[in-house]
Design a protein around this ligand. Structure first.
Ligand code: TRP
Length: 457
């Protein structure tokens, strides 16, 4: 049997895991969610959710992976042999399929917009959100154009994954993460030095609590999950390539810090530009693909800034997409003894094909919309972020609490820590709170679907 690959350095692991966390969630979703939910008030709730619900689960997944040196299915099976817990791992692999299918489509959009900006395609959109919106809709509902870009994006994802853990994931994230950071700093400076740009800081960081509603709290929680790549075994898989000398508490804190920092920086860069140009901060999901292209042409060197911005978005999406494909690939390598090449290309292709249906669901393939009243794209997004990931995360916390046991868990967690002083009761409470909060959110969604009105939100 082949020996398991490991990360080349502690830093490499932290960058790879941050790369998974930092994605479209940080740069596309967070700014528009904050924009629609009162800015700073949303930010504060989001930060609390990240610490209370996110941190225990990030560490939990890392420990399970490192202990077993296996991807999710094998990991649950090895700690709890001959039980049904391996299905939590299976749910993770299934979630990876679902998420990557639509993630790859949006990944393709980022590449297309980077290209469009580079060739000066935004100039006719200056100050004209209607035209920009129309062009965006025409593009995403086209049957060929977005699929072309999606295939290129998925091609990049497969090329990184086929090169393995150290030679692929680690090597590429080590280049892309610093690049993302540098581009964001530049965009932030550019934005804040525009007239009125500093209004963004007030908007994002000075809370107006009257803007905060119950539904924004639910939203912030769900987002904490998505942005930290939790609930589908991504972090179990990345943890399985670790040795026992890594301090998992400090690594997890670093990853959460970087993920949050980059979301905030993206928020500042985007809103500074929006305020400077008098655009609408509450524009919703179209903020990035519709509003920004109308703003860039009005800034000096706008084509370059636009290209940089969408290229940054592309890199962020790519470092996340590889972590999702790795969950699928690692399953077939660990459990089915396939070669990395076969697993990567076969399932990369299958996911791409499912993604093509996602993309077409916004245009030609609308039978699904007619039957179920929601596009296939939105359906996959909804299914994964409202059910599959929260259920996976909740079961992982329950697994640690009741199957593996807190003491066994802590015995593995402290490996790599200098002088561990861990209070078992605190850890138990943290996991119990995580599991209950997530459980409540799932219940809330089920009730909302059954009765039409959620408990809160
Ligand atoms: N965290 C990524 C983002 O914010 C998306 C992502 C990557 C993800 N891997 C995941 C989400 C696993 C859920 C589960 O865009």
């Amino acid at each position: 049997m082949q020996k398991r690959e490991h990360w080349g350095s502690k830093m490499g692991f932290i960058l790879a895991a941050s790369g998974s966390a930092v994605g479209l969630g940080n740069i596309w979703k967070y700014p528009h969610m904050a924009g629609e939910n009162g800015g700073a008030a949303f930010t504060i709730v989001y930060l609390i959710c990240i610490l209370v619900v996110g941190l225990p689960l990030v560490i939990g997944e890392f420990v399970i992976g490192r202990k077993t040196q296996l991807s999710p299915v094998g990991a649950f099976e090895s700690i709890a042999p001959k039980s049904n817990w391996k299905w939590v791992g299976m749910l993770g692999v299934a979630s990876a399929f679902v998420i990557l299918a639509f993630y790859g489509v949006v990944g393709g959009w980022t590449l297309r917009y980077a290209f469009l900006s580079l060739v000066g395609g935004f100039s006719e959109l200056a100050g004209n959100p209607e035209l920009a919106g129309e062009q965006f809709n025409t593009f995403i509902s086209n049957s060929i154009n977005p699929i072309f870009w999606q295939i290129i994006f998925m091609g990049f994802t497969m090329i990184v994954i086929v090169q393995g853990v150290k030679g692929g994931i680690e090597k590429w994230t080590k280049v892309m993460m610093p690049a993302i950071f540098i581009i964001l700093v530049l965009l932030m400076i550019r934005g804040l030095t525009l007239p009125n740009g500093t209004k963004a800081l007030e908007f994002l960081f000075q809370p107006k609590f009257e803007d905060l509603t119950a539904s924004s709290i639910v939203l912030a929680l769900g987002h904490a999950f998505f942005t930290l790549s939790l609930g589908m075994g991504t972090m179990i898989t990345y943890g399985s390539y670790l040795r026992n000398d890594q301090n998992l508490l400090s690594s997890a804190l670093w990853i959460i810090f970087l993920d949050t920092l980059i979301a905030m920086m993206a928020g500042v860069a985007i809103f500074a530009t929006v305020f400077a140009m008098g655009a609408d901060p509450g524009a919703g999901p179209g903020l990035i693909f519709v509003v920004l292209p109308t703003i860039f042409p009005n800034i000096a060197g706008g084509a370059l800034w636009g290209t940089l911005f969408f290229f940054l978005l592309f890199m962020a999406a790519l470092t996340s997409a590889i972590s999702i494909l790795e969950v699928i690939t690692a399953y077939f390598i660990d459990q089915k003894k396939w070669s990395r090449e076969k697993a990567t290309f076969l399932f990369g292709t299958v996911v791409t094909i499912v993604g093509i249906f996602c993309s077409m669901s916004m245009g030609a393939f609308n039978d699904f919309n007619n039957i179920f009243n929601i596009s296939f794209f939105d359906f996959l997004d909804y299914l994964s972020s409202k059910y599959m990931l929260p259920i996976g995360g909740m079961l992982t916390a329950i697994f640690i609490l009741y199957k593996w046991g807190i003491s066994n868990f802590i015995a593995d967690m402290v490996l790599g820590m200098e002088n561990p002083k861990i209070n078992h009761t605190i850890i138990r409470i943290l996991f119990a709170v995580s599991a209950s909060v997530v459980g409540f959110i799932i219940l809330n969604e089920v009730i909302a679907n059954l009765t039409g009105t959620p408990i809160i939100g």
